[in-house]
Design a protein around this ligand. Structure first.
Ligand SMILES: *[C@@H]1O[C@H](CO)[C@@H](O)[C@H](O)[C@H]1NC(C)=O
Ligand SMILES: *[C@@H]1O[C@H](CO)[C@@H](O)[C@H](O)[C@H]1NC(C)=O
Ligand SMILES: *[C@@H]1O[C@H](CO)[C@@H](O)[C@H](O)[C@H]1NC(C)=O
Ligand SMILES: *[C@@H]1O[C@H](CO)[C@@H](O)[C@H](O)[C@H]1NC(C)=O
Ligand SMILES: *[C@@H]1O[C@H](CO)[C@@H](O)[C@H](O)[C@H]1NC(C)=O
Ligand SMILES: *[C@@H]1O[C@H](CO)[C@@H](O)[C@H](O)[C@H]1NC(C)=O
Ligand SMILES: *[C@@H]1O[C@H](CO)[C@@H](O)[C@H](O)[C@H]1NC(C)=O
Ligand SMILES: *[C@@H]1O[C@H](CO)[C@@H](O)[C@H](O)[C@H]1NC(C)=O
Ligand SMILES: *[C@@H]1O[C@H](CO)[C@@H](O)[C@H](O)[C@H]1NC(C)=O
Ligand SMILES: *[C@@H]1O[C@H](CO)[C@@H](O)[C@H](O)[C@H]1NC(C)=O
Ligand SMILES: *[C@@H]1O[C@H](CO)[C@@H](O)[C@H](O)[C@H]1NC(C)=O
Ligand SMILES: *[C@@H]1O[C@H](CO)[C@@H](O)[C@H](O)[C@H]1NC(C)=O
Length: 794
C-alpha cells in the first residue's frame, strides 16, 4: 500500500527537471548485468487453475459452485477493488451472499484507525528469535484486525523487502535480512494471524528491495524526477539461484502456513511488472509453491488489464477505490478483452475462485468480523464520520512489552554498566526519550489521522507499516518513576542539539542514558545509516562529559556506530529496534535488570556502508531504472562471510547479563515426515518419490548450553550450514532457551529439513542435496560458532 495517500496527493513535483520524454527506448537494451532476462509472458507460463490444494478442497468446491452462479459482470466486480470504508474493498455479490470484503493495512497493526494497539515492527519480533512470540504477536494482531471489522489484513511482509540493502526504507516491516529466518517468522505470523480469524496477505511478491523508483501508478513520490507514469518502476533483475535460495523462501513458508492472499509488488522483475509477471506469479507462486489463494496488486502496482490478469494477478487493488486515482483498470475495462478472447472467462472464474476460497475456508461467511463503520479510504475519511471503537485487550499490552524486552539487543556492556544498580543521579538525554516535542503524534502535520512520531520516542517506522498508537510509554516516564522509587535524582534534556544544556546536566550523573533514533519509512530509502538529528554529536557530547554513557537506539535497520563505539566512556549500547507502544516500559525492564536482554541482531552492522554489497539502491534518474542483483545470494551476513569482511556487530549477535558455554554437539539422521504444511507446495526436488516432501526432517542436531553467569537469562543458539558449492554460510536453525538459571544446562535442538540441506540447481531446475560433507556449526552468533559437526546424504 502506498503511504498516507493524503500526503502523497499533495506532494508537488518539486524536483521535476524536464527530461526527454518522447523517447522511451525498447526494453532489451541492457548495458550490464544479466543481459538475457527471462521470458515472463503468460504465453510462456500459462497459469494453473486453482484446485484448493491439500487443505482447501471443500472451500474450493463451494467457491467454484458460487462462481458458477455468477454473471460475468458480477465476477469482474468481485475481483476489482471498489470504493468503500476500508483501504481496499472487494466487490460484493449480495444476491449470492458474498459481502464486500474489507482489506486493511498493515504489518504492525490495523491502520489507519484508532482503538488498536501499535505492535512492535516485524524486525523487532525477529530480534527476539522466539517463534512463540512471533506466533503470539500474529495472533493478537490478527484478532484486533478481526474485531475491528477487517476480513483481510495486508501483512505480514514475508521477504519483500528481505533486506538486500541496509538502506531499504521498508526493511523494518519485514523480519530478518535472511531467507530462513524470514521464513520461520513468516510461517509463525501467518498461522497466528489466521488462527485468530482474519486472513493474511504475504507481501510484497517479489524482489521489492528498494522504495526509490518503485513508482506506483499515478502517484507522485518524494524521489520523483519524471511526471507520473513516465518512468517505469525499478526493475529487479535477479538471477535464478537468488530467486529460489533467497527471495522466494519466505513466501514458500507463508504458503505452507496457509496464507489466504499474496500481494504482488510495485517493482518490475526482469523488466516485467511484478503483477503481470507470469514467470513469478503463474510459475513460481501458483505452480511450484502451489498457492491456491488470490494474488492482489499493491495499490498502484496494476498498470493494465489483459497482461495482468493473464500474468497471474487475481484481484486489482484498489480498483475503483481511492476515487479511481490508481487507474482505470479492470472492471468494465476487462470486457472487450474477454469478448475477443484475449482473456478467457475461465481465467476470470479462476481469479474469483481464488479470491473466495480462503475466505470460505476461514469460516468468515458464517462468522464474519463485526460490522464497523469507520472509513479508511482517504477519499472518504475526512468527509464522513470517522467512528472507531476500542478493540484492545489488556494482555496485549504485556505481550507488546515482552516483545520489546526480548528484542532489546545488547551490543556493548563494559564495566558491568548494565543493569543499573541504584544510581544516585540519572541523566536522560535525547528527544527519543520523551513525548513528542511538538505535542502531536503526527510530528506536527495536519492529517486527521496521526501518521508518525518523529519528535519523541520512535516506536515504529512510517508509511503503511505505521499503526496509530493508543499511547506511547516513553523511556523518560518509566525511568523517572523508577528513579524516584529508588531515591535517585533524575534529570533530562530532550533537545537533541542543546549541547550546552547537556554539558550542564551530564557531568554530575552516575549514568547518562542517551536515546536516539533512525527513522525510516515507506516511499523512500534511508539516505545514510547514521542516527538522526546528528545523533553522533549528541553521543560524543554526552560521552565527553560522562564516563558512564549508555546509548539506546530505536532504529529500523543497521546504524553505523563507528564515531563513538570505541569511546571507553560509552559503556553500554542497546539496539532497541521499533518496539511499538510499550517502548519505555520494555527498555526500562532491561536497563534495570528485571529481565536480561536476549535480543540478537536480525541484520549485520558493518563498519561502513561500503562493507555491504555495492549500489543496492539504484537512484540514477533514468526512464527505465535497472537494479542488477549482482551479489546474487550474498546479502547481509552471507556477503560478509563470503568476502571475509569483519562486521562491527555480526548478524545474530547480542549479549545478555549472563554468559553461556556450548558443548556436546550431536547429529543423528532421522526421518520425520513433514507435518507442518497446512498447504503443501510442489517445489521440485531431487529424490521426489510421490510421498516425500521438501519439508521432511532428515537430521537432528543437538547441543548443550550452560548458563555460566550468575543471573537467569535466555540464550538463542544458532546453527549455520556450509553447503558444498555455495559460498558463505547459511542460517539453518535457531532455538531459544528461555529462563535458563545460573548453572543450568539445557539442550538445544535443530531439526534440519531436506530444504535446509539443499541448494537450487539452475540447470536441472530443482532442489538437490549437494554431494559431500555439509558442515554444520552451532554457536551464539554468525561469527561465534563454537561447535562443528557435519552431515552427508548416505
Ligand atoms: C553488475 O555486474 C555487471 C557485470 O556482470 C557489471 O557490468 C555491473 O557494473 C555490475 N553492477 C554493479 C552495481 O555492481
Ligand atoms: C515467450 O514465450 C512465448 C511462448 O513460448 C512465445 O510465444 C513468445 O514469443 C516469447 N516471447 C519472447 C519475448 O521471447
Ligand atoms: C482451466 O480450466 C478451464 C475450464 O474451466 C480450461 O479450459 C483450461 O484449460 C484450464 N487451464 C489449465 C491450465 O488447466
Ligand atoms: C531473470 O532472468 C534470468 C536470466 O534469464 C533468469 O535466470 C532468472 O530466473 C530470471 N529471474 C526472474 C525472477 O524472473
Ligand atoms: C490520476 O489521478 C487523478 C486524480 O488525482 C485522476 O483524475 C486521473 O484520472 C488519474 N489518471 C489516470 C491515468 O488514472
Ligand atoms: C482485444 O480487445 C482489446 C481491447 O479492445 C484490444 O486492445 C486488442 O487489440 C484486441 N485483441 C484482439 C486479438 O483482437
Ligand atoms: C522534529 O523531527 C524532524 C525530523 O527528524 C526534525 O527535522 C525536526 O527538527 C524536529 N523538531 C524538533 C523541534 O525537534
Ligand atoms: C534546541 O537547542 C538549540 C541549541 O540551544 C536551540 O537553538 C533550539 O532552538 C532548541 N530547540 C528547541 C525546540 O527548543
Ligand atoms: C560541551 O562539552 C564538550 C566537552 O567538554 C565541549 O567540547 C563542547 O564544546 C561543549 N559544548 C558546549 C555547547 O558547551
Ligand atoms: C570521559 O569522561 C570523563 C569525565 O568523566 C572526561 O574527563 C574524559 O575526557 C572522557 N573521555 C573521553 C574519551 O571522552
Ligand atoms: C568515572 O568518573 C567518576 C567521577 O566522575 C569516577 O569516580 C570513576 O572512577 C570514573 N570511572 C571510570 C571507569 O573511569
Ligand atoms: C551429550 O548429548 C547427548 C544427547 O543429548 C547425551 O546423550 C549425552 O549424555 C551428552 N553428553 C554429555 C557429556 O553431557
Amino acid at each position: 500500500m502506498s503511504s498516507t495517500a493524503l500526503s502523497l496527493l499533495t506532494v508537488a513535483l518539486g524536483l521535476f527537471v524536464a527530461p526527454a520524454l518522447g523517447d522511451i527506448s525498447p526494453r532489451a537494451d541492457l548495458s550490464s548485468g544479466l543481459t538475457t532476462l527471462s521470458n515472463n509472458s503468460a504465453a510462456a507460463w500459462p497459469g494453473p487453475n486453482a484446485t484448493g490444494g491439500y487443505a482447501w478442497t471443500g472451500a474450493f468446491a463451494q467457491a467454484q459452485a458460487l462462481v458458477a452462479q455468477m454473471t460475468l459482470e458480477e465476477k469482474i466486480t468481485l475481483i476489482t477493488g471498489q470504493p468503500g470504508r476500508c483501504v481496499g474493498n472487494t466487490g460484493a455479490v449480495e444476491r449470492l451472499g458474498v459481502p464486500a470484503l474489507c482489506l486493511e493495512d498493515g504489518p504492525a497493526g490495523v491502520r489507519p484507525v484508532q482503538g488498536i494497539s501499535q505492535f512492535p515492527a516485524g524486525q523487532a519480533v525477529a530480534a527476539t528469535w522466539d517463534r512463540d512470540l512471533m506466533y503470539q504477536r500474529g495472533y493478537a494482531m490478527g484478532k484486533e484486525f478481526f474485531d475491528q471489522g477487517v476480513n483481510i489484513a495486508l501483512g505480514p511482509v514475508t521477504g519483500g523487502p528481505l533486506g538486500r540493502s541496509p538502506r531499504g526504507g521498508r526493511n523494518f516491516e519485514g523480519f530478518f535480512d535472511d531467507a530462513y529466518g524470514t521464513g520461520e517468522a513468516a510461517y509463525q505470523t501467518v498461522r497466528g494471524m489466521q488462527d485468530s480469524g482474519v486472513l493474511a496477505t504475504a507481501k510484497h511478491f517479489i524482489g521489492y528491495e528498494q522504495d526509490t523508483f518503485r513508482d506506483p501508478f499515478n502517484q507522485s513520490e518524494s524521489y520523483q524526477v519524471f511526471p507520473v507514469n513516465v518512468q517505469t518502476p525499478i526493475s529487479s533483475n535477479i538471477d535464478n539461484r537468488a530467486v529460489y535460495e533467497l527471495y522466494l523462501w519466505g513466501f514458500a513458508e507463508a504458503v505452507r502456513a496457509g496464507t489466504g492472499y499474496v500481494m504482488c509488488s510495485y517493482n518490475e522483475v526482469n523488466q516485467t511488472h511484478s503483477c503481470s509477471n507470469a514467470y513469478t506469479l503463474n510459475n513460481l507462486l501458483k505452480t511450484e509453491l502451489n498457492f491456491q489463494g488470490g494474488v492482489m496488486s499493491d495499490w498502484g502496482a496494476d498498470w493494465g488489464d489483459a497482461e495482468f490478469i493473464n500474468g497471474g494477478l487475481d484481484i486489482s487493488m484498489p480498483g475503483a477505490g481511492f476515487g479511481g486515482i490508481f487507474g482505470p483498470f479492470w472492471g468494465q475495462a476487462l470486457i472487450p478483452y474477454i469478448d475477443n478472447g484475449t482473456v478467457t472467462e475461465a481465467r476470470v472464474d479462476d481469479a474469483a475462485i481464488r479470491l473466495l476460497t480462503p475466505w470460505i475456508y476461514s469460516g468468515q461467511p458464517a462468522n464474519p468480523p463485526p460490522a464497523v463503520t469507520w472509513n479508511a479510504d482517504p477519499q472518504y475519511y475526512e468527509t464522513e464520520d470517522a467512528y472507531w471503537r476500542d478493540v484492545r485487550l489488556v494482555e496485549t499490552m504485556s505481550l507488546i512489552r515482552q516483545i520489546g524486552e526480548d528484542s532489546a539487543t545488547l551490543l556493548k556492556n563494559t564495566n558491568s554498566a548494565l543493569p543499573l544498580r541504584s544510581p544516585k543521579v540519572i541523566a536522560i538525554i535525547g528527544s527519543d526519550a520523551g513525548a513528542n516535542l511538538l505535542g502531536e503524534l503526527d510530528g506536527g502535520g495536519s492529517n486527521a489521522f496521526p501518521s508518525w512520531n518523529l519528535n519523541g520516542t520512535l516506536t515504529l517506522g512510517g508509511g503503511s507499516g505505521w499503526a496509530i498508537p493508543p499511547y506511547i510509554v516513553t523511556p523518560y516516564e518509566v525511568i523517572n518513576y523508577r528513579g524516584r522509587t529508588m531515591n535517585s535524582q533524575v534529570y533530562a534534556v530532550f533537545n537533541d542539539t542543546a549541547y550546552d544544556a547537556v554539558n550542564v546536566t551530564v557531568p554530575s550523573a552516575d549514568v547518562a542514558i542517551v536515546f536516539l533514533s533512525a527513522f525510516t519509512r515507506e516511499g523512500e530509502d534511508r539516505a545514510t545509516l547514521y542516527l538522526d538529528n546528528d545523533g553522533d554529536t549528541l553521543i560524543q557530547t554526552v560521552a565527553a562529559n560522562n564516563n558512564n554513557t549508555i546509548v539506546v537506539m530505536h532504529a529500523g535497520g543497521p546504524v553505523l556506530v563507528e564515531n563513538w563505539i570505541d569511546n571507553p566512556n560509552v559503556t553500554a549500547v542497546i539496539a532497541s529496534h521499533f518496539p511499538g507502544q510499550e517502548a519505555g516500559a520494555a527498555i526500562a525492564s532491561v536497563l534495570f535488570g528485571d529481565v536480561s536482554p536476549s535480543g540478537k541482531l536480525p541484520y549485520t552492522i558493518g563498519h561502513s556502508l561500503y562493507d555491504y554489497p555495492p549500489d543496492t539502491i539504484v537512484d540514477t534518474p533514468v526512464l527505465q531504472p535497472q537494479a542488477y542483483f549482482n551479489e546474487s545470494t550474498l546479502i547481509d551476513y552471507r556477503w560478509f562471510s563470503a568476502h571475509n569482511i569483519t562486521p562491527r556487530f555480526e548478524f545474530g549477535y547480542g549479549l545478555a547479563y549472563s554468559t553461556f558455554a556450548y558443548s556436546n554437539i550431536t547429529i543423528q539422521s532421522v526421518y520425520v515426515p513433514d507435518n507442518t504444511s497446512i498447504q503443501q507446495t510442489h517445489e521440485p526436488f531431487e529424490g521426489f518419490d510421490g510421498t516425500n516432501s521438501l519439508y521432511d526432517t532428515l537430521a537432528v542436531v543437538t547441543a548443550q548450553v550452560e548458563n555460566t553467569g550468575d543471573v537467569m537469562a535466555c540464550e538463542t543458539a544458532e546453527l549455520y550450514a556450509t553447503l558444498p558449492g555455495s559460498p558463505g554460510i547459511w542460517l539453518r536453525g535457531f532455538d531459544k532457551l528461555k529462563a535458563l538459571s545460573p548453572g543450568e544446562t539445557r539442550t538445544v535442538t535443530f531439526a534440519l529439513r531436506r530444504k535446509d540441506l539443499s541448494l537450487w540447481s539452475t540447470e536441472r531446475q530443482l532442489w538437490y542435496i549437494p554431494e559431500g560433507e555439509i558442515q554444520l556449526q552451532v554457536g551464539t552468533s554468525s561469527t561465534k560458532l563454537y561447535l562443528t559437526t557435519s552431515w552427508s546424504q548416505s
